[in-house]
Design a protein. Structure first.
Length: 137
């Protein structure tokens, strides 16, 4: 079953020389950092819209993450990471990523996030503003 995806953020960042490994291409772990950076930028922007402090009392945690490597990225260049939100649960939602450089896609990724109460560490229903945005996808 295909779930609708809503583009919520696009991040741009440079490929750094230190991102590469001994094989001469960006190390596989760095792709997860690119996705993380896009996710953090989106979350902080979303928190500002709600006029709350990110991660103060509640927020998302990742329960799984994946990446499909389509082509090796190499230095130099700037990557574009598009972040989409999708599958919606009571306390969880899916995020999806496209990593591109010069309009060519190099990787696709995903991460499922669960909204938690930071004091208890337990899942809790998604905040209504987030649910409303996701339902409008």
């Amino acid at each position: 079953m295909t779930h609708p995806r809503k583009l919520v953020h696009t991040a741009h960042m440079p490929v750094r020389w230190g991102d590469m490994d001994a094989m001469g291409h960006v190390n596989n772990t760095v792709y997860f950092r690119y996705m993380e950076q896009a996710r953090i930028e989106w979350f902080y922007a979303f928190a500002r819209k709600l006029n709350t402090k990110p991660y103060a009392e509640q927020g998302p945690v990742i329960i799984n993450a994946s990446c499909t490597f389509l082509e090796p990225l190499v230095y130099p260049g700037d990557v574009e990471v598009k972040m989409f939100l999708g599958e919606l649960g009571r306390s969880s939602f899916g995020s999806h990523y496209e990593i591109s450089m010069d309009a060519k896609r190099y990787a696709e990724g995903a991460a499922k996030m669960v909204w938690i109460d930071r004091k208890t560490g337990k899942s809790m229903p998604l905040p209504q503003p987030l649910r409303t945005m996701l339902e409008g996808a």
